[in-house]
Design a protein around this ligand. Structure first.
Ligand code: ADP
Length: 540
């Protein structure tokens, strides 16, 4: 017997068409470089995204050709998110925080044919221009300033104006590539992941679910997470699929600019990395009555959210939702909402659950694998987190050397170390490369960091492994104190004592002015390890 259902392809053009037809009056607001607000509607967005698709086709774009973007979160970037795949092209977002040499490497590796760039980012483009040769460079005039002549640049607006509106989408299969993204290189050279129409549509559906990000047409969505990094966690696709009002912060990611937008646009859903939320929290704590905010859910991911952050926001009536993911997982893998049977637990128990990375989203499977196979879901046994699902990568773009990241039975090895508890909550304890192995046992640097960040004097803490003559490795904590606060190494060790086994406690605590970070705000532990590699334990 055969099924009797249509074999309807899952493509981004369905999402674009739905948005254009059902939500023409819905708004999309962008904060421009001069801080003024650009406003238009889904009707404008729909027309312009289609115009981009048509103009790209007329410019000779062939199916599978890469179109790079070097852009902030703006209306034009949103047009590129849909217009490029709708033309059969592959949206390739470039991380503008990378070193120009890395940007050039990525453009060459992906063989980008066209490039769309914000005018305010032209200085960055200039730095790698000698090494890259896109056929056409389209400049989005965010400032209204004229485009510099004689550099082979053309106006994005003129490019769109060349479209007539008489355009049909190319025939697309759901397995056609629609976008690509390189990992930020926290642990090595950037690696490219190619998303398909199908993986992106399924990821959008999965993300929108009530127990995942819970996104609907009633929401006002402000993605702080950049569209140049892991597709802003897919939120541009998910938001447009649902018909949410979209608010784009442009280049202004400071706390006051974000809070102003949250207030004026009545934002209900936002997403970003812990560093952003730490800054916003400080602003709120400093001026608790300045902003009148809607009840808002703040998705946090990209690195571990300390429990103290979740607790602190609750005091302002703002809900932090912890999520975990990677470039290779589109990125959403787990989200930490409380299951109904856990809602009767004590406040401390509930916070402990909310601080984990959460349970896998529907269609994503997880397991933690130790030396002799998958470890039990007991909340204690640690293993490398492995995942599989329809929006998980099955390989890297032109990089066979990394194929050992996939197990023979088809799971992706994330490089994160985790425990999974009997309720299915995943807790990331480390990255394999950041693990501290003392006397043959693993110590979780993330647990120690989160505990340290619960101390009132501590702004940030990174715990790293330092070679040790007896134990192979021992933990060293690098701590940044809050402005004007004081604490001694002894005090901090004492503070940790009741929370951990004795052998977990850092043998040394050093005070530094800031923790080195990657382009996407993650702690750059390799640099710290390098800095302290010849640490003399006697002096600890
Ligand atoms: P890169 O691998 O270059 O850092 P990604 O942005 O893809 O680029 O980062 C994915 C990694 O970020 C994960 O493997 C994990 O180590 C870390 N990460 C993401 N979300 C969380 C989280 N909620 N808690 C802890 N770590 C996280």
């Amino acid at each position: 017997m055969q099924g009797t259902m249509m074999n309807y392809p899952l493509t981004l053009t369905s999402i674009l068409e739905r948005a254009g037809h059902l939500f023409p009056k819905q708004e999309i607001i962008t904060r421009l470089p001069d801080k003024s607000l650009h406003r238009y509607t889904y009707a404008d967005f729909y027309r312009r995204a289609r115009a981009l698709a048509e103009a790209l086709q007329k410019a000779g774009l062939k199916k599978g050709d890469r179109v790079a973007t070097l852009s902030w979160n703006t209306y034009a970037h949103l047009e590129a998110y849909f217009g490029i795949p709708a033309a059969g092209g592959v949206l390739h977002t470039l991380n503008l925080r990378l070193h120009p040499n890395d940007v050039a490497y990525i453009v060459q590796h992906a063989e980008d044919r066209f490039l769309i760039v914000d005018d305010v980012l032209l200085p960055l483009l200039e730095k790698c221009r000698a090494d890259i040769k896109p056929e056409r460079v389209l400049v989005v005039p965010l400032t209204g300033q004229p485009i510099p002549p004689g550099m082979g640049l053309e106006s994005y607006e003129d490019f769109l104006a060349s479209a007539t509106g008489d355009f049909d989408y190319p025939a697309l299969s759901e397995d056609d590539p629609s976008g690509m993204c390189y990992t930020s290189g926290t642990t090595g050279k950037p690696k490219g992941v190619v998303y398909t129409h199908r993986s992106t549509v399924l990821h959008s559906l999965g993300s929108a679910l009530p127990d995942v990000l819970n996104l609907s047409m009633k929401d006002v969505l402000l993605p702080v997470v950049p569209m140049f990094h892991v597709m802003a966690w897919g939120l541009p696709f998910t938001g447009v699929m649902m018909g949410s009002k979209m608010v784009m912060p442009g280049p202004h990611l400071d706390a006051a600019s974000l809070l102003d937008l949250y207030e004026s646009e009545k934002v209900t859903k936002t997403a970003g990395v812990p560093t952003i939320w730490m800054g916003v929290l400080q602003a709120l704590q400093k001026e608790p009555t300045r902003w009148k905010l809607q009840p808002m859910e703040m998705v946090v991911g990209g690195s571990a959210a300390p429990e103290t952050l979740i607790r602190a926001y609750d005091q302002f009536g703002l809900k932090v939702l912890h999520a975990w993911g990677m470039t290779e997982t589109s990125p959403l893998g787990t989200t930490s909402r409380l299951k109904t049977n856990l809602q009767g637990g004590s406040a401390d128990e509930q916070y402990a659950y909310r601080a984990t990375q959460g349970i896998p989203t529907p269609l994503v499977e997880v397991r933690a694998v130790g030396e002799s196979g998958p470890v039990p879901w007991d909340g204690v046994s640690m293993g490398e987190l492995e995942v599989r699902g329809p929006w998980v990568a099955s390989g890297y773009y032109r990089l066979e050397a990394e194929n050992d990241k996939w197990s023979p039975d088809g799971w992706f090895r994330t490089g994160d170390v985790a425990t999974i508890n009997p309720e299915g909550y995943v807790k990331i304890t480390d990255r394999t490369k950041d693990l501290i192995k003392s006397g043959g046992e693993w110590i979780s640097s993330l647990d120690l960091e989160n505990a340290l960040m619960g101390h009132p004097a501590v702004k940030e803490a990174a715990v790293i492994a330092i070679p040790h003559p007896k134990w192979a490795e021992r933990p060293l904590a690098a701590v940044v104190l809050k402005d004007g606060a004081q604490a001694t190494a002894e005090e901090l060790k004492k503070y940790l004592e009741p929370k951990f086994a004795k052998w977990w406690l850092p043998d040394a605590v050093v005070f530094i002015s800031e923790i080195p970070r990657t382009s996407t705000g993650k702690f750059l532990k390799a640099q710290l390890r390098d800095q302290y590699k010849s640490w003399q334990w006697e002096s600890a």
